[in-house]
Write a new protein. Structure first.
Length: 55
């Protein structure tokens, strides 16, 4: 993993999980956007899907 230690620093619990995956800020942004949309629909369904994709 070529992730700078800065990325590993404790961030918001949700973001930290995605950041640890080592994808990049793009995924974190998408996940955040999806989570916002998911709040209106099914937070758990979309949320878990995003995390699974990250893993």
């Amino acid at each position: 993993m070529n992730v700078p230690k800065t990325a590993m620093t404790p961030k918001p619990s949700t973001t930290s999980t995605i950041t640890r995956g080592g994808f990049g800020n793009t995924v974190s942004r998408q996940a955040a956007a999806q989570r916002a949309s998911a709040t209106n629909n099914n937070r758990s369904s979309t949320g878990s899907s995003s995390y699974r994709a990250g893993g």
